[in-house]
Design a protein around this ligand. Structure first.
Ligand code: PLP
Length: 430
């Protein structure tokens, strides 16, 4: 495959954009090749700057539930554009979006729109602190909630101490209020509550972890968090930026039947436009400005074009619940195909899946938390990625990201990817 134009664009980009990209994973650092620059997408297919075409399993990291360029996102968007792209005043379509989100999540009575998942989780943490009057919070190692300072923290593997910043530029002062527990391990959460009695404002969790590959919650884990946070007077925040409208219309909270106190969403709700939102009971949301003391704002929050494309997406999903059956069936077939290939080739690998999200780890261990993820051989993953790319499959360029299947993925796409996976695993087994 020829990637000359992508390589030239990368060289040009590196002069004017740090690392040549606007988000680190796009640099393909983990897979040892120059990044592929996208040119356009249609349905399940993405075409790069050199006009190579791939079946796309990134789907913009989750938002594109109908695949690329679907008319569903764009319906009547010309009319919305003609009305104006931004006003800095309240608009009717923001109310419609809020009503749609409230209708989707029984745990949510009020919702505030923001421009990204990062803003949603950052604001939800501030709100939880303002509401409880407590300063510390718990997150899980390997869970990503965007790049705000207090969330860019994880503890050293296996330790349950005060957080160490994961990024330069995050102060120890900020990091010390971020406590880090182990995913799928309720005892680790219990220990932090015991050591910090009456000081923990909230627990934030990806109800299905999607930023260390894919790690579903073990039975009882989310239930345990719900119980423990209630007992301790802390709020439970489900970060459904990936899972919202993906694992079910009402997200992981619908799938697992658990109501958090606060919910954050993003990705799918913007229909491909930059967006995020957080919501919860009116009593808690009333703490936000202008009615309450917790400040939160945004020039482009509730942007009418983002609301329009997002509502087109959500209305279709609500009217077509069978979308989830199709997406889940395709993702299931893909995972089962990979599993059969793993067995047949004898390669040490496991597949994790929840609904339309999955990940293949090159390890023989069960992967149910961050240390399980760390047993995966990333060199083998990089080799596998390159082989799959050469055969026309755009997988995540990192072991630590999930595979997303959209409504546009056909049975033929899935079968071809399974066949290519077989060839790649056979070559790895040699
Ligand atoms: N929360 C989760 C679970 C995410 O996966 C992400 C991004 O991938 C975020 C928050 C941050 O969202 P954004 O990249 O829109 O800021």
């Amino acid at each position: 495959m020829n990637h000359e134009r992508s390589k030239k664009l990368y060289a040009r980009a590196k002069k004017v954009i740090p690392g040549g990209v606007n988000s680190p994973v796009r640099a393909f650092k983990n897979v040892g090749i120059a990044p592929v620059f996208a040119d356009h997408g249609k349905g399940s297919q993405i075409t790069d700057a050199d006009q190579n075409t791939y079946t796309d399993y990134i789907c913009s990291w989750g938002p594109l539930i109908f695949g690329h360029g679907s008319d569903i996102y764009y319906q009547d968007v010309d009319r919305a554009l003609a009305k104006g792209t931004t006003f800095g005043l309240a608009t009717e379509i923001e109310v419609e979006m809020a009503e749609t989100l409230v209708d989707a999540f029984p745990s949510v009575e009020q919702v505030r729109m923001v421009n990204s998942g990062t803003e949603a989780t950052m604001s939800a943490i501030r709100l939880a602190r303002g509401y409880t009057g407590r300063e510390k919070f718990i997150k899980f190692e390997g869970c990503y909630h965007g790049h705000s300072d207090s969330l860019l923290v994880k503890s050293g593997s296996g330790t349950l101490t005060f957080g160490e910043p994961t990024s330069a530029g995050v102060t120890r002062g900020t990091a010390k209020d971020t406590l880090v527990a182990t995913y799928n391990d309720l005892d680790s959460v219990k220990a932090l509550f015991a050591e910090n009695k009456g000081e923990i404002a909230c627990v934030i969790v990806e109800p299905v972890a999607g930023n260390m590959g894919v790690v579903p919650p073990n039975p009882g884990f989310l239930e345990g968090l719900r119980e423990m946070t209630r007992e301790e007077g802390a709020l439970l925040i489900f970060d459904e930026v990936i899972t919202g409208f993906r694992v079910a219309y009402g997200g992981a909270q619908e799938l697992f039947g658990i109501q958090p106190d606060l919910t954050t969403v993003g990705k799918i709700i913007g229909g491909g436009m930059p967006v995020g939102a957080f919501g919860g009971p009116a009593e808690i949301m009333a703490m936000l400005a202008p009615d309450g003391p917790v400040y939160q704002a945004g020039t482009l929050s509730g942007n009418p074009i983002a609301m329009h494309m997002g509502l087109n997406t959500l209305r279709y999903l609500k009217a077509h619940p069978e979308t989830y059956d199709v997406v889940n069936a395709r993702a299931k077939r893909l995972a089962e195909g990979f599993e059969a290939n793993i067995k047949a080739t004898g390669v040490k690998a496991v597949v994790n899946r929840c609904a339309g999200m999955s990940a293949l780890f090159f390890t023989d261990q069960k992967v149910e938390n961050f240390s399980g993820v760390m047993t995966s051989d990333t060199e083998v993953y990089a080799n596998y990625f390159r082989k799959m790319l050469d055969m026309g499959n755009m997988l995540p360029p990192s072991q630590y990201e999930g595979i997303f299947v959209s409504l546009a993925h056909t049975e033929a796409d899935i079968e071809k990817t399974i066949a290519d996976n077989r060839k790649a695993l056979e070559a790895i087994a040699e």
